[in-house]
Design a binder for this molecule. Structure first.
Ligand code: NIG
Ligand code: FE
Length: 409
């Protein structure tokens, strides 16, 4: 590993207000020194020249372009097989999104081999890197058996440290028998109940998946898991050392956001339908509201009200939720464009939420900012400013990407 000076940076986003302008800590005509994969120094090009004595192996001239922290995509579901184009087309023709579509991906995922899943997973990771993402979270949730959920968290752990066990995504078909029976192991071919499935998730499934995961998540929503089931599942995960994050209020308002706050979740995701109580609870907490505008784009729902959250003092992150049902995009630049165009966020707020906000949603201090000591995860834009991500939507503006100081795209 070598010492590299990045110079002639037209606009550098550090996300450190103590070294630059605004919440994004911006420095014009900047330079940045990378040593052993970490940021060693940040300043202006002029200061770098004065410092002159930097012992460096390489100089990378940014030609006046903008350099930002690599995006931190804190919500994705990219270990799966199958395709739901038909469901998307039906939605564009007016059909409503429902959680039930998840089951078709579950069937395809169970039928796929580890190697097939690995190949498609690596393809999505490459796609994300090419669009400027350097840290990503991946959830299980398309297996829904002990064996298949274990496969999904194991495969996810091959490509990221941010693995989330989401056995509580929906109740699988084989557990949709009449309720009321006590939780127990199923006989061959017998239909289980939702109580049986929750018992499976908090018991053998959690035990098999916990060694590969850092986080536990629940889809707390009508058509998925109730508030009581969600609490039980999240508490079981916490008991095994996993940290909670929650899918809530995607399809209607409910108590999921307050449950997440109550359990000290790092993040509550979607937040499309907000009540005053939700906003007040979030504002008093350390829980980040992770907004996923790709979902509203692809399901024709109203966008979440980022302005209301930010004005109330809530920390907001932006993520893709990349999955084959509700949001089949891996593009953080698209999320930024939608947040600025549709959700009342300023460009600096959207950029901050897609980098530092995502890092906070993953409780990471080493990524999402470019300050001395943080990882040299850098995204170079073919533009003088990151505002172009919203101003020039759909244009491939990510030019080069470095992770830990190494060029990855
Ligand atoms: O975050 N909301 C639950 N899970 C995913 C959708 C999964 C699917 O439709 O396959 C989401 O939007
Ligand atoms: Fe999701």
């Amino acid at each position: 590993m070598t010492r590299t000076l990045f110079t002639n940076i037209g606009l550098l986003v550090t996300n450190d207000p103590s070294v630059g302008e605004g919440i994004t800590g911006e420095i014009s005509d900047a330079a940045l020194l990378v040593d052993l994969g970490r940021i060693a120094w940040v300043g202006t090009s002029a200061q770098a020249e004065v410092a002159g004595g930097f012992d460096i192996d390489h100089v990378i001239d940014l030609g006046g372009r903008c350099l930002i922290p690599g995006f931190v995509d804190a919500h994705s579901h990219i270990v799966f097989a199958g395709d739901r184009t038909d469901e998307f087309e039906a939605r564009m023709a007016g059909r409503k999104y429902s959680a039930g579509g998840i089951l078709s991906t579950v069937a395809a995922t169970r039928a796929a081999s580890d190697e097939e899943l690995r190949q498609s997973l690596v393809g999505f990771v490459d796609e994300m890197h090419a669009q400027g993402t350097t840290t990503l979270e991946i959830k299980s949730g398309y297996g829904l058996t002990v064996h298949d959920e274990e496969r999904l968290v194991r495969l996810a752990s091959e490509v990221t440290d941010e693995v989330t066990f989401l056995g509580a995504h929906v109740i699988p078909l084989e557990y949709r028998g009449a309720s009321g029976t006590a939780a127990r192991a199923l006989e061959d071919g017998e239909l289980g109940t939702r109580e049986d499935y929750v018992a499976l998730v908090v018991g053998p499934m959690l035990e098999a998946c916990a060694p590969y995961a850092k986080w536990i998540d629940v889809f707390c929503e009508e058509g998925a898991f109730t508030i009581d089931e969600s609490r039980q599942i999240l508490e079981a995960g916490i008991g095994l050392g996993l940290m909670p994050r929650v899918h809530a209020s995607q399809l209607s308002a409910g108590e999921g956001i307050r449950l997440a706050v109550d359990l000290g979740a790092a993040s509550v995701d979607h937040c499309t339908y907000l009540t005053d109580l939700d906003v007040a609870a979030l504002a008093r907490s350390e829980t980040v509201a992770t907004l996923l505008p790709g979902v509203e784009f692809s399901t024709k729902q109203p966008y979440p009200d980022a302005r209301r959250l930010i004005d109330a003092g809530v920390t907001v992150a932006l993520a893709t939720d990349c999955n084959p049902g509700s949001s089949f995009t891996s593009s953080m630049p698209l999320c930024i464009a939608l947040a600025v165009r549709e959700m009342g966020m300023t460009a600096p707020e959207a950029l901050w939420s897609a980098t530092a906000g995502g890092a906070q949603a993953l409780r990471r201090e080493d990524v999402g900012r470019l300050t001395v000591g943080s990882r040299a995860d850098l995204t170079e834009l073919a533009a003088p400013s990151y505002v172009h991500l919203a101003y020039r939507p759909g244009v491939p503006l990510v030019r080069r990407v470095w992770k830990d100081g190494e060029l990855i795209s």
